[in-house]
Design a protein around this ligand. Structure first.
Ligand SMILES: N=C(N)NCCCC[C@H](N)C(=O)O
Ligand SMILES: O=C(O)CCC(=O)C(=O)O
Ligand SMILES: [Fe+2]
Length: 330
């Protein structure tokens, strides 16, 4: 449950990562310390920074640099990989094509999803079937991003082991049929800066991405180092900034983890406003459950929250499709 947090905690997960393949990890004092911090952050804010995550700083920087290069290209180059429903909603979308609560977002993006082979999930998977449309230019774009995605997947699984312990479960609650074959979503996002020419009016809509929650389990945000734009809503409705902190990812909880935890952890509302004159990029990796997972409150969480399940069962793929099919004007 979100509180009146005023800032977002920073958690060093080095000791969690050093023990996360040890079946006895729960007994390790270093792990317990991290788990305690994860529990507090997830209950109070649903947002936290992680440091000591092990992904090389050079790679984190490179994925942002190459993304600036891509978004700098003229529209006709970017439109070569235009997102369409027929491509499983994969590819490039122009500024204003993504809609949040009825209002066009001031961002452009490339959306990618874990591949779904034809027929893999029957009608549940159909809308998302397709191949990712990676830019051909810069030429190493695809391989760089695929390496990055693979590291984000491993890191997320390991953070989820800590979160599983924080909820009072075994480290492996989010493996097997729940998230042992995790689906992922990858959004490469660019937010134009505001024009600050003298006497010029503010643009009509300066919201880069309207208030929303994320859909799955855990999000890893890699944002430009020099611009504060991401804002997180606390219980009083104040918007708390999540400024870039070099060497960290911003992590936040998605709707499926709220459901599993019976509301003990909230998928906190957040939005993006780039009021700087500079163009901002963000690389957001979303770690999700299995595509066809049926998600319902875990017994341990129902016990911890008064004994009654607050949510019915949801199928992750249905939740994703309901979002993706209503997110765009094209
Ligand atoms: N896969 C995730 N989480 N994407 C977040 C996008 C949020 C904006 C979207 N228009 C919406 O209204 O959800
Ligand atoms: O740009 C950001 O910092 C966050 C983007 C975001 O919240 C999202 O894509 O879901
Ligand atoms: Fe988000």
């Amino acid at each position: 449950m979100a509180t009146d947090f005023k800032s977002i905690p920073i958690i060093d997960i080095t000791s969690l990562l050093s023990k996360c393949d040890d079946p006895k990890m729960a007994e390790d004092p270093g792990v317990s310390n991290v788990v305690k911090q994860l529990d507090q952050a997830c209950r109070e804010a649903g947002f936290f920074y992680v440091r000591g995550h092990g992904i090389p700083a050079s790679l984190i920087k490179e994925v942002k640099n190459i993304t600036h290069t891509f978004f700098d290209f003229p529209y006709e180059e970017k439109l070569k990989i235009k997102m369409t429903p027929a491509a499983g909603y994969r590819g490039y979308q122009r500024i204003g094509e993504n809609i949040t609560k009825g209002i066009p977002d001031m961002h452009e993006a490339i959306d990618c999803y874990k591949e779904i082979k034809q027929g893999m999930y029957g009608s549940l998977g159909k809308p998302m079937e397709g191949c990712n449309q990676w830019p051909l230019n810069p030429p190493n774009y695809k391989s760089l991003m695929e390496d990055y995605i693979s590291l984000c997947t491993d890191l997320s699984r390991n953070i989820m082991r800590g979160i599983a312990l924080a909820l009072g479960g075994s480290p492996y609650e989010f493996e097997g049929e729940r998230a042992g074959d995790p689906f992922w979503v990858f959004r490469i996002i660019g937010y134009p800066g505001v024009s600050v020419a003298n006497g010029q009016e503010q643009p009509e809509n300066d919201v880069g991405c309207g208030a929303h929650t994320d859909y799955g389990l855990l999000t890893l945000v890699n944002q430009d180092d020099d611009i504060t734009a991401l804002q997180v809503r606390n219980m009083s409705g104040e918007w708390i900034s999540a400024p870039p902190i070099p060497g960290t990812f911003v992590c936040n909880i998605g709707d499926m983890l709220k459901l599993f935890s019976n509301g003990l952890y909230e998928s906190t509302l957040h939005r993006v406003i780039n009021s700087s004159p500079k163009y901002r990029v963000c690389i957001a990796y979303f770690y999700e459950t299995n595509y066809d997972a049926a998600v319902e409150p875990l017994d341990i969480c129902v016990q911890r929250t008064g004994g009654t399940a607050k949510f019915g069962r949801a199928v992750y793929g249905e939740h994703l499709v309901s979002k993706v099919t209503t997110n765009f004007v094209m």
